[in-house]
Design a protein. Structure first.
Ligand SMILES: [Zn+2]
Length: 534
């Protein structure tokens, strides 16, 4: 960072998470502890699109902690929501149908692993968050509602029913029906939330009729475990209940008249609170896997899927390096290589191993800091180039142990070791599942029978002779690259292109392949000479 940056420059090198932290302190006052919130309805597989909200809060939490503040990062599992739709990718569709309109928390786990459908998806996601270094305080809303934690707030919402109706109607094409109540009741007979004709006695008694089974029931709000506020009322209620200072929202909630607009008004008019500081985040999509993610489609990409392609620090880095209000795509295709290169470059910038202007370096430092799972290493971790690593792995038939021998001298500490192991696993997974065919190869074990011209044969013989004699004296792939040209030019009227193609055919039975000099060195002396030997 420059010694005396003017204010303008200062503003430009502040990361959005830090700016948001400053905004929270400014708007909410200087407090000892701030409450940051995020939440998801476990209505199906929690996918990578949902993850943007979680990590947005995590970055802001870290920024506040860096300012010496205590942070409660509460993560609301809205598992008392209704099971409205069966995702196409769930097994036992017929069995699940029986639970439609019941609380998600009462729906059984179709995988028969956890105590409920909700718990299954909650546990999966919580385990994934741990892998990317995110710690949350989970709040299970079904438990809160059933314990009666919100009974006073429910009564308050009923008392202020008209104010809620007025706010909601401002943004509705059709006004709410006269009988509408800010309350959902799960029928005591069939456990579904299609109850109607809800009547309130002005105190604690509620009566209702079930549209689906016809049951006429009554509940006491002080003791019932069947009442729930509708989403647009529930959200602002919890802001006040937990004292939420910050909660981001997706585009879908942020539109005018959307749930954030009405929640801002309801929190003041009904619950006497103030809305949290807000930050809108944009969508994230996957490139190379086809299209935007949505819960209704069967094939969803999860954090685990992305962790198969990118190291945990890189998953964080991708989000930290984009502004929160910018939509972007995470690549699963050939651009994975570029993403790794970009990450490595920014990491080198952060550690001063690559030159950049002050602003770039300052931003790189902050972004790399926010990307850490553990403490920031004091030295830059080992950076095996992803492209080259893919080649070395393929040379070694995908064997990570054998591949490690090639890199052994570069692996100097535990962090380097983890970097190598994780990156190797990602590279292997990518090669097997996502990489384009032209990127994949199998190294020949024996020299293939080829119909070679005299020039080609001379070239291979000359190269064999050169490598046999000089291999151990080669200092770098750059040097070998130059020598390759010399050997090619030693054969009369032999073109470089012809030389390269011949070598690829000998090595991997292909017309093209990885950059030759580093490729040859990675294959190793014995195997190369074995293949070149006439
Ligand atoms: Zn019923």
């Amino acid at each position: 960072m420059a010694n005396n940056p003017n204010e303008n420059e200062q503003a430009q090198i502040i990361h959005w998470a830090d700016m948001t932290a400053d905004r929270i302190i400014k708007q909410k006052g200087d407090k000892g502890q701030y409450v940051l919130a995020s939440g998801i309805t476990p209505s199906g597989v929690v996918h990578f699109g949902n993850f943007r909200e979680t990590i947005t809060v995590d970055f802001v939490a870290r920024a506040l902690r860096a300012r010496g503040k205590k942070v409660r990062f509460i993560f609301s599992w809205d598992d008392y929501d209704t099971f409205r739709k069966i995702p196409a990718n769930m097994p036992k569709q017929e069995e699940l149908k029986k639970y439609l309109f019941q609380p998600i928390v009462d729906t059984p786990d179709p995988f028969e692993r956890d105590e409920s459908y909700a718990a299954h998806h909650e546990k999966n996601y919580e385990a994934q968050l741990e892998k990317v270094g995110i710690e949350v305080e989970a709040i299970y809303q079904a438990k809160k509602y059933r314990k009666g934690d919100y009974k006073e707030q429910i009564k308050l919402a009923l008392t202020k029913r008209q104010a809620i109706v007025d706010i909601l109607n401002k943004y509705r094409a059709e006004p709410l029906e006269d009988s509408w109540m800010p309350l959902n009741i799960y029928c005591s007979k069939c456990n579904r939330d299609k109850t109607d004709h809800i009547k309130w006695d002005g105190q604690w008694e509620i009566s209702y009729t079930c549209e689906l089974c016809g049951h006429q029931g009554s509940e006491n709000l002080q003791t019932t475990s069947r009442a729930k506020l509708p989403w647009r009322v529930d959200w602002p209620m919890r802001w006040v209940f937990e004292g939420v200072d910050f909660e981001p929202g997706g585009k879908d909630h942020s539109s005018d008249g959307g749930s954030y607009t009405t929640a801002q008004e309801i929190v003041k008019e009904v619950f006497g609170g103030t809305p949290p500081v807000y930050l809108q985040y944009d969508f994230v999509s996957i490139k190379g896997r086809g299209g935007k993610m949505s819960s209704s489609k069967g094939d969803l990409v999860t954090v685990n899927d992305v962790l198969n392609i990118y190291e945990p620090e890189m998953v964080r880095w991708i989000f930290a390096s984009y502004k929160s209000n910018v939509d972007f795509a995470i690549s699963f295709d050939l651009d994975v290589i570029k993403t790794y290169e970009d990450f490595d470059r920014q990491e080198r910038l952060a550690y001063g191993l690559e030159e950049g202007n002050d602003k770039k370096v300052a931003m790189a430092k902050r972004v790399i800091e926010l990307s850490q799972i553990g403490p920031m290493p004091t030295v830059c971790p080992f950076q095996p180039s992803f492209r080259h690593l893919c080649n070395v792995l393929q040379i070694n038939d995908g064997d990570i142990k054998k591949t490690r021998v090639f890199y052994a001298k570069d692996i100097k500490n535990e962090r380097d070791e983890r970097r190598f192991q994780e990156r190797s696993r990602c590279a292997l997974h990518w090669l097997k599942n996502e990489a384009p065919d032209e990127f994949k190869f199998t190294l020949n074990r024996t020299r293939p029978a080829l119909d070679l011209t005299k020039a080609q044969t001379d070239f291979l013989n000359n190269l064999h002779a050169f490598l046999e004699k000089e291999w151990d004296n080669l200092k770098s792939d750059k040097e070998l690259h130059e020598k390759l040209y010399e050997v090619i030019h030693s054969v009369p009227e032999f073109e470089p292109m012809m030389g390269f193609t011949t070598l690829y055919q000998i090595l991997i039975s292909r017309e093209k392949g990885p950059k030759l000099a580093s490729f040859i060195l990675a294959i190793g002396k014995e195997r190369v000479l074995g293949l070149l030997r006439p």
